[in-house]
Each structure stands twice: as C-alpha cells, then as structure tokens.
Design a protein around this ligand. Structure first.
Ligand code: B1M
Length: 233
C-alpha cells in the first residue's frame, strides 16, 4: 500500500480512477476498500457484471501475473483472493436476482487436489443469474463426490474447474468413470480453468471447454437447447 492511500477518498474518484484504484486495492488485499468501491459503483448505476469483470477480474489478472513472476507470494495472493471474495459477496445476490426462467440444473466443483475456487464461484454466480439451479460442491472433489451428487437425478450438467496443470488431468478420471458406469451421455459435461483449452476439453471427452463464466452460460444454454431438441425429435 502506498503512503498516499490514507488521503484517497474513494467516493471522490472518477469512474475510471476508481476502477484503477480498485485494481490496486485488490492487489494490496484491501477488502474493506474493495467493498466500499463496489458499493460506490453500484450507486453510480454500474451493472454488477461490469464491476465484476472490469474491476475485480482484471485486478486478479494482474495479481496472477505477479504471482507467476515471483513478485507476489501465497500470503499476498490469499489476501487479494479475500478482497475479491468480499466484492463478489456483494455482487452475488444482484447477479442472481434476475428473475430469469429456470433453464436447467448444474453441479459444479473444483477437482481433487485443487483448492482454487474464485473462478468456479464466478461461474456459479453467472449460471445462477442466467437461470440455472446450481449446486456447488466446493474444492478438492474426488470422483466419488461428483458421481454421488449426480445420483440424485436432478442434474443436467456437470461442471468441473481446475487451475493447476497437475490437477486438470483429474477431469478425465471423472469422465472415464462416468463412461464406465454408463452414465456419461446422461449429462452435459463442461470444464474450465485457466490452464485448460478447447483441445484439452475435447481430449478428455468433455462436451465443451469454457474460457470464462460468460462462455459457460452461453455454452450451457446452447447445449441444453440441443438436448431438448434431441429429446423432442
Ligand atoms: Co494459485 N496458481 N496456487 N493460488 N493462483 C495459479 C493457478 C497459477 C497459474 C499462478 C501462477 O503461477 N501464475 C499457478 C498454477 C501453475 C500451473 O499449474 N501451471 C498457481 C500455483 C502454482 C499455486 C500453488 C501450487 C502455489 C504454491 O502453493 N506454491 C497453490 C496450489 C494449491 C492447490 O490448489 N493445491 C496455489 C494456491 C493459491 C492460493 C490459495 C494462494 C490462491 C487461491 C485462492 C482461492 O481460489 N480461494 C491462488 C490464486 C488466487 C491464484 C491465481 C493468482 C488467481 C486464480 C484466480 O482466482 N483467477 C492464479 C493465477 C491465474 O490464474 N492467473 C493462480 C481469477 C478467476 C476469476 O479466474 O480461476 O481462471 P479463473 O476462472 C475463470 C475461467 O478460468 C473460467 O471462468 C472463470 C471466470 O471467468 N473457469 C471455468 C474456471 N473454472 C471454470 C469451470 C467451468 C467453466 C469455466 O465449468 C463449467
């Protein structure tokens, strides 16, 4: 944090400066300031989705770059993640309260060995906001956890998230187990996370790789429509 920080009155900044300040505050893990700034932008009639993407996600991208380059370390990144979650907690109900008709049900979780959950939480929020019922299994999910939840019979979609190159192969274990049990084709399987790409998604047998939360929503809608058309044909 710079020495100037105490002098900054967030509510007096222009929108552009406030967004830049939020990215700095996220970097510095300043949760109360992030919460205050999110509220200011909401009062200024910003859309929750724009606050999320332009201020919070963009700020987290910078954190990620500096983490990768050895400029930031785990404790600082944890603080940044905490600040991000503080902002997301305000936006969550607003993203969900769209009154959109129910489009389907998804169960989602981060795979075994992986504790990253910010991206998954964002996907959950956006899917709920778009009209999907979502059950979030949290982090570090073994195949048994995913399949046990699917057994309830209420889901259309399985979503998996992985942020580590060492954990992403676990998605294939889950899909292979579904194939073995003869239930693979009963579900739309979506995968996502920073190290994945479309080739990986295809290689493990997922229906689609989703590069971000908005793509997850669009993909889920498209594949649900296709599924309904097939059933109706
Ligand atoms: Co970690 N971490 N981390 N980390 N961390 C990364 C992933 C890393 C890329 C950082 C780096 O080196 N640049 C790197 C992975 C390198 C690699 O595998 N190639 C890394 C590492 C190495 C580690 C540790 C091993 C560090 C250590 O301990 N030495 C450790 C691993 C712990 C474990 O999981 N076992 C670790 C720990 C942590 C923290 C705990 C400190 C913290 C996590 C806090 C939390 O999540 N609660 C953390 C963080 C925050 C990050 C970075 C900086 C940010 C991740 C994030 O939240 N991004 C990350 C760097 C980066 O990704 N640039 C990094 C913001 C989020 C909105 O984006 O998650 O990509 P993302 O989600 C997007 C899309 O990917 C997509 O939509 C989301 C929203 O648009 N998406 C889906 C994601 N999941 C989806 C699922 C879907 C659909 C779309 O299903 C349908």
């Amino acid at each position: 944090m710079s020495d100037d920080q105490d002098d900054i009155i967030l509510s007096e900044l222009s929108d552009d400066d406030l967004v830049l300040q939020m990215q700095d505050d996220l970097y510095d893990g300043m949760k109360p300031e992030i919460i205050e700034s999110v509220n200011i932008l909401l009062e200024r009639k910003w859309l929750p989705y724009d606050i999320l993407t332009k201020a919070l996600v963009e700020g987290m991208r910078v954190v990620g770059d500096d983490f990768r380059d050895g400029i930031l370390f785990v404790p600082e990144v944890l603080l940044a993640a905490g600040a991000m979650k503080g902002g997301m907690s305000i936006l969550k109900p607003l993203l969900i309260e769209t009154g959109a008709p129910r489009l389907g049900a998804m169960v989602i979780g981060t795979v075994k060995g992986d504790i990253h959950d910010i991206g998954k939480n964002l996907v959950t929020m956006m899917m709920e906001g778009a009209g999907f019922d979502v059950t979030d299994l949290g982090i570090n999910n073994a195949v048994e956890g995913y399949l046990g939840e699917l057994e309830s019979g209420k889901y259309d979609i399985l979503g998996m998230s992985a942020l580590l190159t060492t954990t992403m192969p676990y998605m294939k274990i889950v899909i292979d187990t579904m194939v073995e049990k003869g239930i693979r084709d009963d579900y739309i399987v979506l995968c996502g996370g920073a190290p994945l790409n479309a080739e990986f998604g295809a290689a493990i047998g997922a229906d689609a790789y989703c590069s971000d939360a908005a793509v997850a929503v669009e993909t889920a809608k498209e594949l649900m429509a296709k599924k309904h058309n097939q059933v109706g044909a």
